[in-house]
Design a protein around this ligand. Structure first.
Ligand code: C5P
Length: 221
């Protein structure tokens, strides 16, 4: 829809994928393109919202009329999201945030040594930003949306994740070798904390984005 039903609202969208550095030249990353988050930012702006897009490592052009804040790691993304969420009506966490980061950062490039096995990479947990913003709402009635990529038992795992994270809506994608990542299309089910289930047929990421905003607008009323 192009109705200005988000006019006067501030929405925060995270997009892309975090990169967790191992040394100055290497990182642990993921395959998120950022396209779904950018589609959410564009459609929210088209519906009249003030949009803060927290963008992690996407390489996509800044959408017009959107405030873009860059974040590299999960810790940086958390800082940027919490800051922007302070006066937000809705927060949509479309970014693929690394669950773990290397426990240590080597300030010099890690080198291979002749005849020696490599050191194991030790990981520590990253903060769960979605769970945190859901638990500590910056304002009453703030609507929080998460994303989940599942490979099997999509709905059951989605329901469990929605409850665990404490968000209002969870967009569940089935991912596979050739699905979702980097593509222009998406297919999903949006689960609501009230038990609702909104299937979104295979189609452009804008269509899924508009369905998400329809559901958000319904909850903001
Ligand atoms: O637990 P999982 O990574 O599957 O959850 C995905 C959802 O949680 C996404 O909305 C993602 O942005 C968010 N997330 C987060 N902080 C993390 C991991 C995921 O906010 N450390």
């Amino acid at each position: 829809g192009t109705a200005p039903d988000l006019a006067g609202r501030h929405v925060v969208v995270s997009a892309g994928g975090t990169r967790e550095p191992l040394d100055p030249v290497r990182f642990l990353g993921n395959r998120s393109s950022g396209k779904q988050g950018y589609a959410l930012a564009r459609t929210a702006a088209a519906r009249g919202a003030r949009v803060t897009l927290v963008s992690a490592n996407t390489g996509l052009p800044d959408p017009a009329g959107v405030d873009v804040v860059r974040a590299g790691t999960a810790v940086q993304l958390r800082e940027a999201v919490l800051k922007a969420a302070a006066d937000a009506d809705a927060v949509v966490m479309a970014a693929a945030v690394a669950d773990f980061r290397p426990a240590a950062y080597a300030t010099g490039k890690i080198k291979k040594k002749d005849g020696q096995d490599p050191d194991p990479i030790v990981l520590v947990r990253n903060p769960d930003i979605l769970a945190e913003v859901s638990a500590d709402r910056a304002r009453p009635g703030q609507v929080i949306v998460g994303f989940a990529a599942e490979t099997d038992d999509v709905l059951a795992n989605g329901r469990a994740k929605l409850a665990r994270k404490g968000c209002d809506l969870l967009v569940v994608n089935e991912v596979g070798e050739r699905k979702t990542f980097g593509s222009e299309e998406n297919e999903a089910v949006v689960l609501g904390s009230d038990g609702t289930e909104t299937p979104v047929p295979y189609g452009p990421k804008e269509a899924l984005a508009d369905t998400v905003w329809d559901l958000v607008v319904g909850r903001l009323a």
